[in-house]
Design a protein around this ligand. Structure first.
Ligand SMILES: [Zn+2]
Length: 308
């Protein structure tokens, strides 16, 4: 596919740029190569970032999702990060209990096929059933979605190898925001880390993205979040998001913000007049991301279009 060719070319270019000393793109990588006689920094983790799976029984989505997971398994990853919108949509005001159950059942069946892998999830805006008859209904809101996804809390952090991972809940204050409590928690969580800790932050809505200028969907509180991240120049901080089904990378204040494309592309449908190709949303194909994390805090984010 044409897009895939371009992607591969870009990867080649990045490698070439590093060799040529274009340090602004991957400063940590270049520094490490210079300081230890050309040895590449050790790779510590390989992770699959899947997002916007939007699972339902339509369009043969479960089988196509399962095929993607099988492809990802071939890449020998350590664990999964799931960026949210795992099911098609529980948030519509006319969605009934049976529909919500059916979507989560499909998710569970697919998830069981790769249960040997850990998965850390965040909540997407379509994962919650707000139309439940009342708020004490066991299927209402975030609690039920968290249960389905095996989440310990709406936002949380954990450590793997020498890396720190932060999972945020973008679904506050009407969507695309963290709210005061979570903002303070983020600030405290980063402040507690030893100097120089590499950090990967996952959110559903992108914290900062170029695509959102065309289709909307950015975090509304980017200013506050970027100011918190700016207080940690000793740490290599990287952010990943989804939600808009488009792929882009933004670098701001030395933090890389990767907005990764959707596993479901055009919600598993053929597309519309704006789709550059069948199944694509605008110019982004359906796909998943393989992330490589290095000992020096460098990160590589490789988006892999799929054809299922
Ligand atoms: Zn979303």
């Amino acid at each position: 596919m044409e897009k895939k060719k371009n992607h591969n070319k870009r990867r080649t270019f990045v490698k070439g740029a590093v060799l040529a000393g274009c340090g602004s793109m991957l400063p940590g990588l270049v520094k490490a190569q210079a300081s230890d006689g050309g040895r590449r920094p050790k790779k510590l983790l390989r992770i699959a970032h899947i997002t916007d799976v939007h699972l339902s029984s339509d369009n043969n989505a479960p089988a196509r999702f399962n095929a993607c997971i099988d492809k990802i398994k071939e890449r020998k990853i350590d664990f999964f990060l799931n960026g949210g919108d795992s099911i098609m949509a529980a948030d519509g005001k006319d969605i009934g209990r049976e529909q919500v159950s059916e979507m989560w059942d499909l998710w569970k069946t697919s998830r069981n096929r790769f249960s040997e892998y850990e998965m850390y999830s965040c909540l997407g805006n379509h994962d919650m059933w707000w139309a439940a008859p009342d708020k004490v209904d066991p299927m209402y809101g975030k609690g039920y979605a968290m249960q389905q996804l095996g989440m310990p809390s709406t936002f949380y952090s954990f450590d793997k190898k020498d890396w720190h991972f932060i999972v945020l809940d973008s679904n506050v204050d009407g969507g695309g925001a963290l709210g005061n409590k979570q903002m303070q928690w983020l600030s405290d969580d980063l402040a507690k880390l030893p100097k120089g800790t590499p950090v990967l932050i996952m959110s559903h809505y992108p914290i900062l993205s170029a695509s959102t200028h065309t289709v909307g969907g950015n975090h509304k509180d980017s200013l506050q979040v970027t100011k918190i991240l700016y207080k940690h120049p000793d740490k290599r901080i990287h952010c990943i998001g989804g939600h808009v089904h488009l792929f882009d990378t933004v670098v701001y204040n030395n933090v890389h913000y990767y907005c990764n494309g959707a596993m479901s592309g055009y919600w598993w449908g053929n597309g519309d007049e704006d789709s550059a190709q069948k199944y694509w949303y605008h110019e982004t194909p359906p796909g998943y991301t393989i992330i490589e994390l290095f000992e020096d805090g460098a990160m590589e984010n490789h988006y892999h279009p799929h054809q299922f």
